[in-house]
Every structure is written in structure tokens, then in C-alpha cells.
Design a protein around this ligand. Structure first.
Ligand code: ZN
Length: 300
């Protein structure tokens, strides 16, 4: 007799893939077990006992049965239904999609606990779903902190290369932050001081400073965060192309985006190209079949 091995954990749903006629493979970021991929049987049937609980963005308490290859989801209870608010708002959705994909890439190995990444993502999804701050700021703060936890903390005052006390004018993605005139490599940028202050506030979580900034400052900060993230993730974040951070309102043509996905499809959400995105298009090394994030219709 093979013993039945069950375990419970809290988990955030990162993405889903179709499997067979009615099942899905769910990629979770769990609190105790790191990244886990597991099969949810019958989840695509309307009568599924899982309901909408295993959609991207959901925070669930799951019970899993250890399988030969993939584990099997045997129970799922909602802890926080973040997906409801996030799927209902295009700005939240596009920001959230980048977060899930970033977490998926930063936590590469399965079953290696990443407690800090788990709570960082849970906190960011909560802030998004509660409209606590502008979605672009929540996203940029999440990216800076997730990269910092992964070992790539940027500096926004002292020279990233020689440590000379700042403030310094130049910023170098490759050097990891602000650089003094002596260390400044070709190709560094010279962001406004308010932009550097905003970046520091986003990294430290100083929301009073971040919320008070204007759009021009946020755009510049966003460009730096996007470049910094892409550099350090090595593989570009495909979802960055979807995010229109240049205007506070969602573009009209994009309003049908997330909700227009087939209710039962696992294809990536449509990627409308923002007309004036500051984020460079990602030179994609990611195959089309990999990383499909969006699988389901919003919770009715
Ligand atoms: Zn220096």
C-alpha cells in the first residue's frame, strides 16, 4: 500500500493551463512550499466544486495530494478573493499580470520556500484590489522590492559602484543604481531628483512621498523600473508590453481586454499595444506556449 500523503498550505494562484477535457494545471506560489504545480480535476466544468477559486490572483488555502509527477488539488478555500476586483479593472489587471509573471520568474525552483516573495506578492495584490494607490505605483514598488529580495536591490543615493555618498545625478541599470561622476558608465541616464526620490520611496514603502508625485515623475520612474526589471530578469517580461502606464485611464480600445477572453480559454489575454507606452517592447525569449497567465473569466 502506498500511503496517501496530503498537505495544506496557503497559496496565490500565478497561472493556469488547460489539461485534457476538464482539468487544469494550476501554478501556485505557496507560503511554505514555494512554487507548486498541481492538477485541479474537473475545474473547467460549471459544476466544479472549486468554483472560481483557482483563478489567477486568488489567495486560497489548499489541500494537496502528493502525486507521482504533479500533485492533485483536493480542496481549495478562499482566503482573499483578489481576482474579483483585479479582473474587473483593466488597469489593475495589467499591473497584476506583470506581478504574477514576475513572481513566477523570480521563484524559479519548485518546492523551495520563498516566504518573503509570497508575502510581498500577497501584499501587492491586496493593495491593488483595494485601490490603495495608483496601480502603476503598486506595480513599480512590487518590482523593486521583489528584485531586492532576489538579491538585486538598487541604490538610489550612494554610488552603486564605489559607495561615494550621494545624491548623484546619473543612474545606471547595469551598475545597479545611482552612480557618481567618476563611475558613471556610458549609457547611464540622468533622471530628475524627484524621480530618484520616488524610486527610493517605492523601494522603502514610503507611500506618503510616492502618492504625492506627479505623472511626469511617475513615467520617468516607471521607465527606469521597467529597464531595471528587464535587465535583471534577463528574460523580458512579456506582460510589460500590455501595461499602459502613460495614461491614468485605461485606453478605450483595451476595455474589452481581460473580460473578452474566452470563458474557458487558457490563451494569454489579448495584448493591446498602448499607443505611447514608455515600456520598450520586450524582445521575447519566451515561447508563446510558456507563461500563459490568464485562464479564466472573472468571477461572476
Ligand atoms: Zn562611484
Amino acid at each position: 500500500m502506498v500511503p496517501v500523503v496530503l498537505y495544506r498550505d496557503e497559496a496565490l494562484v500565478l497561472r493556469t493551463h488547460k489539461l485534457g477535457e476538464a482539468d487544469r494545471i494550476i501554478t501556485f506560489l505557496t507560503r511554505e512550499h514555494g512554487k507548486v504545480r498541481a492538477v485541479a480535476k474537473g475545474v473547467r466544468r460549471t459544476s466544479s466544486r472549486f468554483g472560481a477559486r483557482l483563478e489567477p490572483f486568488m489567495f486560497v488555502d489548499v489541500q494537496l495530494h502528493v502525486g507521482r509527477n504533479l500533485d492533485i488539488v483536493t480542496q481549495a478555500e478562499t482566503v482573499q478573493p483578489y481576482a474579483r476586483a483585479i479582473f474587473a479593472d483593466y488597469g489593475l489587471y495589467t499591473a497584476g499580470a506583470v506581478m504574477l509573471e514576475t513572481a513566477d520568474r523570480l521563484v524559479e525552483a519548485e518546492r523551495e520556500p520563498s516566504v518573503q516573495q509570497f508575502w510581498l506578492l500577497a501584499g501587492a495584490l491586496r493593495a491593488l484590489s483595494e485601490h490603495a494607490h495608483a496601480p502603476g505605483l503598486v506595480l513599480d514598488s512590487y518590482l523593486l522590492r521583489a528584485l531586492a529580495v532576489a538579491g538585486w536591490a538598487p541604490t538610489f543615493s550612494d554610488c552603486a559602484r564605489c559607495g561615494e555618498p550621494g545624491p548623484h545625478r546619473a543612474f545606471s541599470v547595469a551598475q545597479g543604481g545611482t552612480v557618481c561622476p567618476r563611475c558613471r558608465p556610458p549609457g547611464s541616464t540622468a533622471p530628475a531628483q524627484e524621480t530618484v526620490d520616488l524610486l527610493a520611496a517605492l523601494l522603502s514603502g514610503d507611500w506618503a512621498v510616492a502618492d504625492a508625485t506627479d505623472d511626469r515623475c511617475r513615467r520617468e520612474a516607471n521607465g527606469i523600473v521597467a529597464a531595471y526589471s528587464q535587465y535583471h530578469l534577463e528574460r523580458a517580461l512579456r506582460s510589460l508590453r500590455m501595461v499602459d502606464r502613460t495614461s491614468p485611464a485605461a485606453p478605450a480600445s483595451a476595455l474589452t481586454g481581460p473580460t473578452a477572453a474566452r470563458p474557458d480559454g487558457d490563451s494569454p489575454a489579448p495584448s493591446p499595444a498602448p499607443p505611447s507606452a514608455t515600456v520598450p517592447a520586450a524582445p521575447s525569449s519566451i515561447s508563446a506556449t510558456e507563461g500563459a497567465l490568464h485562464g479564466s473569466h472573472p468571477n461572476p
